[in-house]
Design a protein around this ligand. Structure first.
Ligand SMILES: C[S@@+](CC[C@H](N)C(=O)[O-])C[C@H]1O[C@@H](n2cnc3c(N)ncnc32)[C@H](O)[C@@H]1O
Length: 278
């Protein structure tokens, strides 16, 4: 079978199971498994694939059609301009979260000592620290496996010297901390909605990275109550939120004393981030 025929066949297979960007995915798989870059794939479309190449590719497609996302097949992902290791213990960073970084840059918020709660792969902090070279970040997660991967990613992206890694349940283990901005993309899906998520999310992102409790708002309430107790003044707090949660999170922020609350839309024009100040 020629490369062109193979691509067509696989594109059809992936489309049938509802994968929209099937061609892009196939091109990525061909690059990862056979080392063929885009140019080679386009200009060598008549090459005949060898059996051992087909076997290598089939092993990937077998997993993909069962719903495993490419990030979890290859244990890698990308966020803005950084490469990241991911595994079954980590949430695969989403392009949706990139807006959170853009907001911090555009709003001209002073970024020096960051506290990031629920860091997963470390994507948000690492990305920020690449931009703010003199800043530091304390990153936390309840999952020690995620913290291990976040540290590996920090080493991979040369930000490890700017970071501290703490396994902790939100703000529970902190007494005195030096930070001047808090960011978080916490779990925000209602528990009852988890079972209806796409297979690639519900079966491949850790449940605790998704489950936001009965109303999806558990983490926001917990974090903001603790922030109120800490009593830091003029602390910017920036959260990613579900597209339909802006009003509710705004209320939780207000009831915990936050002011100057602003909601930001993502690039699909959905309200996906909220910023407030203690
Ligand atoms: C939606 S994921 C976001 C991960 C990462 N910040 C990102 O944007 O790619 C939420 C993260 O919160 C972590 N988490 C869940 N419950 C937590 C808790 N009680 N304390 C700290 N982190 C928690 C999860 O392990 C997961 O890594």
């Amino acid at each position: 079978m020629t490369l062109e025929e193979y691509i067509k066949k696989k594109q059809q297979n992936l489309k049938e199971i509802g994968i929209d960007n099937s061609l892009q995915e196939i091109r990525y798989i061909l690059h990862e498994k056979l080392g063929l870059n885009l140019e080679e794939q386009i200009f060598n479309k008549d090459i005949v694939l060898e059996n051992k190449q087909l076997i290598k590719l089939e092993n990937v497609f077998k997993e993909r059609v069962k719903g495993k996302p490419l990030s979890k097949i290859f244990n890698k992902s990308y966020f803005r301009d950084i490469n990241l290791i991911v595994n079954k213990h980590t949430f695969s960073p989403r392009i949706d979260s990139e807006v959170l970084i853009d907001i911090l840059i555009k709003e001209n918020i002073r970024i020096k000592n960051i506290l990031e709660l629920g860091t997963g792969t470390g994507a948000l902090s690492i990305s920020l620290l690449k931009h703010y070279k003199t800043a530091n970040s304390i990153v936390t997660d309840i999952s020690k496996e995620a913290i291990y991967i976040a540290k590996k990613n920090a080493i991979l992206n040369s930000t490890v010297n700017q970071m501290q890694f703490i396994c902790c349940d939100w703000l529970n283990c902190f007494v005195n901390l030096n930070f001047d901005i808090l960011i978080s993309n916490p779990p925000y899906i209602k528990s009852s909605e988890i079972s209806s998520l796409d297979l690639e999310v519900k079966d491949h992102d850790p449940i605790r990275s998704l489950d936001g409790g009965v109303d999806g708002l558990y983490a926001y309430k917990k974090i903001l109550r603790s922030i109120k107790k800490i009593g830091k003044k003029k602390l910017p707090v920036l959260f990613e939120i579900g597209f339909n949660q802006a009003e509710q999170v705004k209320e939780i922020m207000k009831s915990n004393g936050l002011k100057n609350i602003k909601v930001f839309n993502d690039y699909c024009n959905l309200p996906r981030c909220i910023l407030g100040e203690t």
